[in-house]
Design a protein around this ligand. Structure first.
Ligand SMILES: NC(=O)c1ccc[n+]([C@@H]2O[C@H](COP(=O)([O-])OP(=O)(O)OC[C@H]3O[C@@H](n4cnc5c(N)ncnc54)[C@H](OP(=O)(O)O)[C@@H]3O)[C@@H](O)[C@H]2O)c1
Length: 284
C-alpha cells in the first residue's frame, strides 16, 4: 500500500522529467531537406490550423507560393497574415474550399486553374474525425466524403495542371488508423451501420488505396504521389469527441506538436530523389 502511494506521488515527478525525452522519442523524424522552393506553387487543404497550417508555413518559408485551401476564409486570412509576417513571403493566398460540397471543390479548381500557370505540390491534408453521423452536400457519409472523395475529386480536377508542371507531387495525409479500415461497398454511406471511429479508419484506408492506384496510373507522367501517417499530433482533430479531447489533453506532453506532425508531409513533398518510391506510405 505504502509502495503504491509512493509510486503515485512520484509519478508526476517522473512524468515531468521523462516527458520531453519520451516526446522526442515518439516525434522522431524531422525533414532535413535543404530544398528551396522559389517559383514553385503549392496547395494545402485544411491549412488554417493544425498540421496543414505548419505544412503551409514551412513551404512558404522555403519560398513557394502557397494556397491555403480552407472552408473558413476568415480563419484562413488570419493564418495567411501570420505566415506572411513570420516568413516574409507575401505569396500566401487564401481560397475557399469546402470538401463536403463538390460544387465548392469544382469552383475552387476552376478559379485556381484560371489563376495559376503551375501546380507543383498538392497536399491533401484536410480531415475530420469521429463526427456524429452526417452527410456531405452530395449525400456522402462525412468522413468518406471529406477525407477521401473530396480530395479524390480535387486531385482529378487539378491533374492536368500537375502533369504540365511536372516534376510535381501529390501528398495524401492518411493515418495509422487505416489499419482498422475496411471498404464496405454495401455500406459506403454508413446507412446500414455506423461507427464514428471506424468511419474515420475507412476513409483513411481509402486515402492509401487512392495513393497506390494514382501512382500506378501516373507512372511516367512526372507526377508522383505518397501517403503519410503524421504521427499522433496535438491538433483540433479530436474536436468531435470529448473522450479523445480528454485523452489528447492527458497525453499532450508526449504527443507531437503540429510542427512535428508536418514533417512527414513535408518530407514527401520536397525531398529530392523520392520518385522511385512513388505510391509508398510514409511515417516517421
Ligand atoms: N492529429 C493527429 O493525431 C492525426 C493523426 C493521423 C492523421 N491525421 C490527419 O492529419 C490531417 C490534418 O489533421 P489535423 O490533426 O491537423 O486536424 P485539425 O487541426 O482538425 O485540422 C483539420 C483541417 O481540415 C479542415 N477541414 C475539415 N473539414 C473540412 C472541409 N469540409 N473542407 C475543407 N476543410 C476541412 C479543417 O478546417 P476547419 O478549421 O474550418 O474545421 C482544418 O483546417 C487529417 O487528414 C487527419 O486525418 C492527424
Amino acid at each position: 500500500m505504502v509502495g503504491v502511494l509512493l509510486l503515485l506521488l512520484l509519478l508526476p515527478f517522473f512524468l515531468y522529467i521523462a516527458a520531453p525525452k519520451i516526446r522526442k522519442m515518439l516525434s522522431s523524424g524531422v525533414c532535413t531537406s535543404t530544398v528551396q522552393l522559389p517559383g514553385k506553387v503549392a496547395v494545402v487543404t485544411g491549412a488554417n490550423t493544425g498540421i496543414g497550417k505548419e505544412t503551409a508555413k514551412e513551404l512558404a518559408q522555403r519560398g513557394a507560393r502557397v494556397y491555403l485551401a480552407c472552408r473558413d476564409i476568415q480563419k484562413g486570412e488570419l493564418v495567411a497574415r501570420e505566415i506572411q509576417t513570420m516568413t516574409g513571403n507575401q505569396q500566401v493566398l487564401v481560397r475557399e474550399l469546402d470538401l463536403a460540397d463538390t460544387k465548392s471543390i469544382r469552383a475552387f479548381a476552376k478559379d485556381f486553374l484560371a489563376e495559376e500557370k503551375h501546380l507543383h505540390i498538392l497536399i491533401n491534408n484536410a480531415g475530420v474525425m469521429m463526427c456524429p453521423y452526417s452527410k456531405t452536400a452530395d449525400g456522402f457519409e462525412m468522413h468518406m466524403g471529406v477525407n477521401h472523395l473530396g480530395h479524390f475529386l480535387l486531385t482529378h480536377l487539378l491533374l492536368e495542371k500537375l502533369k504540365e508542371s511536372a516534376p510535381s507531387r501529390v501528398v495524401n495525409v492518411s493515418s495509422l488508423a487505416h489499419h482498422l479500415g475496411r471498404i464496405h461497398f454495401h455500406n459506403l454511406q454508413g446507412e446500414k451501420f455506423y461507427n464514428a471511429g471506424l468511419a474515420y479508419c475507412h476513409s483513411k484506408l481509402a486515402n492509401i488505396l487512392f495513393t497506390q492506384e494514382l501512382a500506378r496510373r501516373l507512372k511516367g507522367s512526372g507526377v508522383t504521389t505518397y501517403s503519410v501517417h503524421p504521427g499522433t499530433v496535438n491538433s483540433e482533430l479530436v474536436r468531435h469527441s470529448p473522450f479523445m479531447k480528454w485523452m489528447w489533453w492527458l497525453f499532450s506532453f508526449f504527443i507531437k506538436t503540429p510542427k512535428q506532425g508536418a514533417q512527414t508531409s513535408l518530407y514527401c513533398a520536397i525531398t529530392e530523389g523520392l520518385e522511385i518510391l512513388n505510391g509508398h506510405h510514409f511515417r516517421f
